[in-house]
Design a protein around this ligand. Sequence first.
Ligand code: NAD
Ligand code: 89Y
Length: 341
Amino acid sequence: MLKGGIIGTGFFAANHLNGWKAVEGAEIVALCDLDQQKARAAADSFGVAHVHTDAGGMMRAHGLDFVDIITTAPSHRPLVELALSHGAHVICQKPFAESMADARAMVEAAETAGKTLMVHENFRWQSPVRRVIELVRSGRIGMPFFCRASFRSGYDVFSGQPYLAEGARFIIEDLGIHVLDIARAIMGDVARVSAVTTRINQKINGEDVATILLTHESGMASVVDCSYATRRAPETFPETLLEIDGPKGTIRLDAGYRLTVQAEGAEEVIDAAPPLLPWAERPWHNIQESVVTIQQHFTDSLSAGTAPETSGADNLKTLVLVEAAYVSAAQGRSVATDSLG
Ligand code: NAD
Ligand code: 89Y
């Protein structure tokens, strides 16, 4: 049984704590938050024996195999480097870093330490999305030549996560990052990015609408469109809708997790709704289930000594799309991903 410690017991941490209880092969033995009351409340709710306010102190006290970092991006680099210096493997929430330089430094530090560093990039692990990824990888529609990955909602994310209203950057960095990662998982790595952004909600500082065109290394294209300013019914938060065309057919993931595969003259319609886990709550259950799946993948990767799919090194290729989208939107031009270092 791998022994883990959590750093950060804020808004999203209960999902991680519920998730770890379901994971085979790992357990959480200690929690840490700068705010002792929050850490204590989480420890009481989830039966975790040890509470800390200092991450280094937690690591010295418990000889942890791994650390699960559930803080916002500004603290990721110091905490990841601290965990690696204590010989722990790391799973770290997205967005991995505020800059490519910090992200690369963390990946290099993990390589030097010989430890696993994985990013909690969970949307590609949502079971409906995973079904689509596996269908594409199985060759069912042939080599895809087009993907649309779309996340459009009017859901109020600011009451649970007030920091999302404060930053100069919002939807690409917070949410688009997941949708860009899904496009990569389906269509492969990306050579060029073009983006148009706007802010509809004047009470926030960042952009809440982004329309992004990706040119993949294969030469094929994806459109990634995201909005938190879209009032429509049904409200699809937090579903990513997908449409992928290949030479042999089309795969669509529509609202309500309705998955349609039309290939070689036949049509299959599948109810791909994620299970509602006992502790989960609609509409978050889709995200909540993927937390368990990604944590199990991290644990299995550690046990097998293999690199996780959403490793830190892999995530650099998603993070660069975020950076490229902001540069493109600011400068009104398409941006080559390899021009960003
Ligand atoms: P939050 O601000 O509610 O909680 C973060 C907690 O970390 C706070 O309690 C804070 O005191 C603590 N903290 C910060 N620095 C610390 C340090 N050095 N030592 C110990 N504790 C420290 O944030 P949140 O809403 O829980 O989000 C955390 C991260 O999870 C964000 O990066 C967010 O983008 C991400 N998130 C991911 C998903 C997903 O589906 N993957 C969903 C929601 C949020
Ligand atoms: O922070 C975001 C995430 O990762 O998933 C949804 C979210 O909570 C709000 O956009």
